[in-house]
Design a protein. Structure first.
Length: 319
């Protein structure tokens, strides 16, 4: 291992965030609600060049009562590294903070952030009609929940991607130690309140296309939930693809974004681009121009997955 690799392993932000930070445009601490609340702000990362750019909204995790969009950013790069990596691949990325004191507040805040982004799409060069939700851990469960809800309300979400997500909250909490159960209890009233936030209990054929990403170093219970939800969703007729990334843990998967040997960003951008093409075909858009905008040749080369480290289960061709 080179000296640079050793330093990057101890200080990921040097590799996954700062290395390519100057290649994108960052607009940070934007208020999406005018109440001055610290949790009602977001960071926006844009590619260089002219927009509008397809929009990705990234939802962080945090056991439903901790974390923020700037968690230990100086050291870990989180979650700015996600914004930088995907912006380098041609996407606009919004990373909101949101309250984690009650399910209704969490939903209200994320929906408010999305509404603000749609209202401000021209000012910030966003193609808000090409919206993808991405979430990590508890944020993955939230992304699935809101993707389906938003689809029913307005049809604005093209796809959802979840990273080491929680798919069955009641089962996870039931099998967890008392400390974890206490944290969940501070947010949810009981198991019945957890089910609406559990993709395992919501899978249906009409769900938006989904990419489910897991890592071999994640908790065994979450890996099992990933496999079970994939079976449940596909049995229900939902359009799902699965990706497994080797040798990284629960947080390591999201720290992976933007690293020199990043094995996640390429898979996500190809998935996003395919969903944009689906939308373009249904709406009669210029597919060639759209592909050129979201998948530049240099991006395809720089984000190609290493097949020796990752495995992919493809979405059915009818997707």
């Amino acid at each position: 291992m080179s000296l640079r690799e050793r330093v990057a392993s101890l200080w990921p932000a040097l590799d996954n965030h700062r290395r390519r930070r100057a290649e994108v445009r960052a607009r940070e601490d934007l208020a999406y609600l005018p109440d001055g609340h610290a949790k009602h702000r977001l960071d926006l990362y844009l590619p260089r060049g002219d927009g509008p750019f397809p929009l990705v909204v990234f939802l962080h995790g945090g056991l439903w009562n901790t974390q923020d969009r700037k968690l230990l950013r100086f050291l870990t790069g989180l979650y700015a590294n996600v914004g930088v990596a995907l912006a380098c691949a041609g996407f606009a990325v919004a990373i909101p903070s949101f309250r984690q004191d009650a399910p209704a507040h969490t939903e209200q805040d994320v929906l408010a952030a999305i509404a603000w982004l749609r209202a401000q799409s021209r000012a910030h060069e966003l193609d808000a009609e090409s919206l993808t939700l991405v979430g990590h851990s508890a944020g993955g469960a939230l992304a699935h929940t809101l993707a389906d809800d938003l689809e029913r309300r307005a049809g604005v979400v093209r796809a959802v991607a979840s990273l080491n997500a929680v798919y069955d909250l009641p089962r996870l909490v039931e099998a967890s130690p008392p400390s974890f159960q206490a944290k969940a209890a501070r947010y949810f009233v009981d198991a019945a309140a957890m089910e609406p936030f559990s993709p395992e209990h919501r899978a249906r054929a009409a769900s938006v296309p989904a990419l489910l990403v897991t890592s071999t170093g994640d908790d065994a219970a979450l890996q099992a939930q990933h496999a079970q939800y994939l079976r449940t969703a596909q049995a229900a007729g939902a359009r799902c693809a699965s990706l497994s990334v080797a040798d990284v843990g629960h947080m390591g998967l999201v720290i992976e974004f933007g690293r020199t040997r990043d094995r996640v960003t390429g898979a996500l951008t190809r998935f996003f681009a395919a969903r944009c093409v689906d939308a373009a075909l249904s709406e009669g858009a210029d597919v060639v121009a759209l592909l050129a905008a979201v998948m530049k040749p240099k991006d395809r080369k720089s984000t190609r997955l290493n097949s020796s480290h990752s495995s992919v289960s493809r979405m059915p061709s009818s997707a």
